[in-house]
Design a protein around this ligand. Structure first.
Ligand SMILES: [Zn+2]
Length: 312
């Protein structure tokens, strides 16, 4: 028995150590709409009134280890004497109403179905424990959030594909286009080994993922920027590091420009002290650079309202 089990254990170990990609869900060769833009082009338009209505939805209250939301090994966190503890956070989703292109959401919130039967959606007992699912309370489920738009969604723009951002997928129709950052599904990490099954299950039956068509930013303020509707109303911004495809969104709303950082910055303390997220961040150095780029953008344009990954 022992001899037969050994190769299996070795195989599992070597798979875990070499890491794997986040999901086996297919990529759409067509890629996402929009045209490559630049920071100069984007910033030139910030003083003009926008046309998009944006609603921030606090889908769920949650608590996670602070060491997940914030790199406690950073010099700033050490200097401030921060210790690991349970940190109250929120799971946000955003409803965008474009006057001619339709309704979109950024990230997906939480479906009540997932919380009722987590194992049905690939969240096994280990993930339920690691994710502190017992501490997650839904305020507005994804289906409740989508009710006012009559379920008519033109697309979902993802900041990244971590589980806490795709837990609303069961409430989203299978034919809705899903947009993600470049290379989000190609990076191999050790942590992916544990979440890949659940990620695949939550995306099962959905359309192939479409990647934003980023090109290098001519002004080099960011790695790349896409003008999604080619009208300067919504921009996808490459902010890699937390995951390879992490994407922020700059939305020119009717009440002014809003920056959705995604998990390139999770906590308020992290934004104020320029400290990137902690565990589950695949490249800290790259994430910190992305965070600095976003802070520099907001310093140049203080009229931008910033909405962070999990705390406002
Ligand atoms: Zn998150």
């Amino acid at each position: 028995m022992k001899n037969r089990a050994t190769p299996l254990i070795l195989l599992c170990l070597s798979l875990a150590l070499s890491g794997c990609t986040l999901t086996s869900h297919p990529l759409d060769g067509q890629r996402a709409p929009g045209k490559a833009s630049s920071s100069a082009e984007m910033e030139r338009q910030l003083s003009q009134p926008g046309i998009v209505q944006l609603e921030t939805v606090n889908s769920a209250d949650w608590a996670v280890a602070l060491s997940g939301g914030l790199n406690l090994k950073s010099p700033e966190a050490i200097k401030a004497g921060l210790q690991d503890r349970d940190e109250p956070i929120q799971i946000y989703a955003y409803v965008l109403k474009h006057p001619t292109r339709g309704n979109f959401i950024v990230d997906t919130g939480v479906s009540a179905k997932v919380l009722a039967q987590p194992s049905e959606y690939g969240l096994n007992w280990l993930l339920q424990y690691v994710l502190h699912l017992d501490k997650l309370r839904i305020n507005k489920s994804t289906s409740e959030m989508l009710a006012p738009v009559n379920g008519k969604l033109a697309g979902v723009m993802m900041t990244h594909l971590h589980l806490d951002h795709i837990m609303g997928m069961p409430d989203i129709a299978n034919d809705v286009p899903l947009y993600v950052g470049a290379t989000e599904t190609q990076e191999s990490t050790f942590n992916n080994f544990f979440v890949r099954g659940a990620t695949d299950t939550l995306l099962k039956g959905k359309r192939a993922l479409q990647e934003w068509r980023f090109q290098p930013d001519p002004q080099n303020q960011f790695e790349g920027i896409v003008d999604i509707f080619e009208d300067g109303s919504v921009f996808a911004i490459q902010v890699p590091g937390h995951t390879a495809g992490s994407t922020a969104y700059l939305i020119r709303t009717t009440t002014g420009p809003v920056l959705l950082t995604g998990d390139a910055c999770i906590t308020r303390w992290g934004w104020e002290h320029t400290v990137e997220p902690g565990d589950f961040t695949s490249d800290h150095e790259r994430n910190l650079k992305s965070l600095k780029n976003m802070k520099a953008l907001v310093a140049r344009h203080p009229e931008i309202e910033v909405r962070l990954g999990h705390q406002h």
